[in-house]
Design a protein around this ligand. Sequence first.
Ligand code: DQA
Length: 137
Amino acid sequence: MKLRIINGPNLNLLGKREPEIYGGKSFEDYFKDLQIKYNHIELSYVQSNIEGELITHIQDADTMYDGIILNAAAYTHTSVGIGDAVGAIEIPVIEVHISNTFGREEFRHQSYISKYAKGVILGFGLQSYDLAIQSFL
Ligand code: DQA
């Protein structure tokens, strides 16, 4: 099993960025925990702040992985292009969010990705990624 985690803008700042919302741990550290916990799965991750790069990562993953765990961050709420990319590929995509976006500002309630996602997991902190991995097992 090969899973690709794709993180969008500002998620490189996890641990420093609004820790009351996103927690105090960097994604690099959390990713190491995931690799230890799921050592029988080939996990890889990539982060970009650039919309077009995220679209390319989604397209490229289609032939190389069994599934994508996608946190498109702020682009979730704005990007028709990322939504279209998720709709265009064959492998399942699980949309994840660290925070409960429905408990936050109104503009975070809209997602251009959910329509094409196999499922959506949000509000469990970094554990949202772990739950998404479990959905593939
Ligand atoms: C987020 C929620 C988004 O609304 C926000 O723009 C993010 C992170 C989350 O994981 O909770 O950057 O996707």
